[in-house]
Design a binder for this molecule. Structure first.
Ligand SMILES: NC(=O)c1ccc[n+]([C@@H]2O[C@H](COP(=O)([O-])OP(=O)(O)OC[C@H]3O[C@@H](n4cnc5c(N)ncnc54)[C@H](O)[C@@H]3O)[C@@H](O)[C@H]2O)c1
Length: 413
């Protein structure tokens, strides 16, 4: 393969910025097809392509099926709204075009099953673009787990803690998809940023699997309070709208290996950003947000604040041994390509696998297992936290699949 001919479907905030800062940053990749439901977004993206590559995109359309007719495409990146990722990814696979599919939750189990079936029937490569799996902290902790530093792993926790009140309430004006989900649905709507790295660390679909979940949602008060406080200046039409999405959704997942995973969705109350990535084992714990590594035998104390002050950021001393080389040697140019470098690493992995015809590091089984958490949590929340069975999308193959990491880990592991 010479230059990778890429199409981008979904040119909102994420699609456009990834195209501009990440995809077009690779000299051996060209963007030749652009699609969004809104024509002005296609035009704006084309202006970026023209500025950076001195040509128009060959296909510019509001209908993604026009993109998929071009069998000379080497890949498409799908960054549309949550409810269309899987539909478009399936159509692309059936057209024989490899897919880089953005993250989001599934609306129904049926689409997860259809996603897996489309892959198994066509063999067309697909990667779920879960950039947090390429995070430095997450990979360092994974290397430490592989090396046995935390002993036997018993429990992991993660959150999507991100104050999205402005993004949600301006969704009508700025044409953003989140508003319609928050007004009508109540679920763990964005599980993969925290679940992805945890699932890889726990070898989910590779010797382990998620068996069941229970989800409970708090009341929905945050968005209404925010709108009231701002007197609906962002969108008068939201006056009187009842929001379905609970402010805090807590999900507990049980794994075949006996571990538990807790996930917290926390997007409509005041807070600073955090993913709360936490690993608990018989020999210690790691907490990424505070950078605390606490191992058995370290002094214990009852003054929590003092303890945090003492151990805050002590993960620094583990970086040399456990951080992947790629992270230790990251250049400034790579770092500025989206989310501090994780977007660069994930697209680098996607393009390398595509060119070398290697299996994608985050495959269709990961995609289905992680994305189905959303629709299962929706059913569980609706029934007051009733446990829901999590399907085995590998159809039993998880028993024999070998653990794999998304990139080479740090030296010691
Ligand atoms: N990995 C990350 O860090 C990260 C960050 C932000 C967003 N995302 C994901 O990226 C996706 C897009 O997020 P966003 O903030 O850019 O949203 P957005 O609403 O700004 O953009 C989505 C775009 O998709 C277009 N679209 C929707 N359905 C379409 C269809 N059928 N055909 C063509 N175009 C269609 C919309 O018109 C819109 O322009 C989301 O699924 C989100 O989960 C990932």
């Amino acid at each position: 393969m010479k230059k990778i001919r890429m199409g981008v479907i979904g040119l909102g905030k994420r699609g456009t910025s990834v195209m501009k800062d990440v995809i077009l940053g690779f000299d051996d990749v060209d963007v030749v097809a652009l699609c969004d439901s809104y024509e002005d977004r296609v035009d704006a993206a084309n202006a970026i392509v023209k500025e950076q590559r001195r040509h128009d995109a060959e296909i510019r359309t509001t209908d993604y099926r026009e993109v998929l007719k071009d069998t000379t495409l080497d890949a498409v990146y799908v960054a549309t709204a949550w409810e269309t990722h899987i539909v478009i990814a399936i159509a692309a696979m059936r057209a024989g075009i490899p897919v880089a599919m953005e993250v989001g939750g599934a609306c129904d189990l049926r689409e997860c099953n259809e996603l897996v079936a489309a892959y198994e029937e066509t063999g067309t490569p697909i990667m779920l673009m879960e950039n947090c799996c390429f995070g430095a902290d997450e990979l360092m902790a994974t290397a430490m787990v592989r090396d046995g530093v935390f002993g036997e792993i018993v429990h992991c926790h993660g959150a999507y803690g991100h104050d999205l009140r402005e993004e949600i309430t301006t969704g009508g004006v700025k044409r953003h998809y989140r508003l319609r989900h928050y007004s009508r649905r109540n679920c763990e709507n964005y599980p993969t940023h925290e679940l992805g790295p945890i699932a890889r660390l726990l070898n989910i679909n590779r010797g382990n699997r998620m068996v069941s979940l229970t989800s409970v949602a708090s009341k929905a008060a945050g968005i209404k309070a925010y709108l009231d406080k701002h007197n609906y200046e962002m969108d008068e039409s939201l006056r009187g709208v009842e929001f379905a999405q609970g402010d805090i959704v807590t999900t507990i997942i049980k794994c075949a290996g006996g571990q538990t995973i807790t996930l917290t969705l926390d997007t409509t109350l005041p807070r600073f950003y955090g993913r709360e990535f936490t690993v608990r084992g018989t020999e210690g714990f790691y907490e990424a947000d505070t950078g605390v590594v606490f191992l058995d035998g370290m002094e214990e104390g009852f003054d929590t604040l003092e303890m945090y002050k003492k151990y805050l950021g002590n993960n620094e001393q583990y970086k040399k041994d456990y951080m992947p080389d790629m992270w230790l040697n990251i250049t400034e140019e790579q770092r500025i390509k989206g989310h501090g470098g994780i977007d660069y690493f994930e697209f680098k992995a996607f393009f390398e696998c595509l060119k070398e015809n290697k299996p994608m590091p985050i495959d269709v089984y990961d995609a289905a297992a992680w994305m189905c958490i959303t629709c299962l949590s929706e059913a569980s929340c609706a029934m007051g936290g009733q446990p829901m069975a999590i399907p085995d999308f590998t159809n039993g193959a998880w028993v024999g699949r070998k653990p794999e990491d998304v990139m080479p880990l740090g030296k010691k592991s």
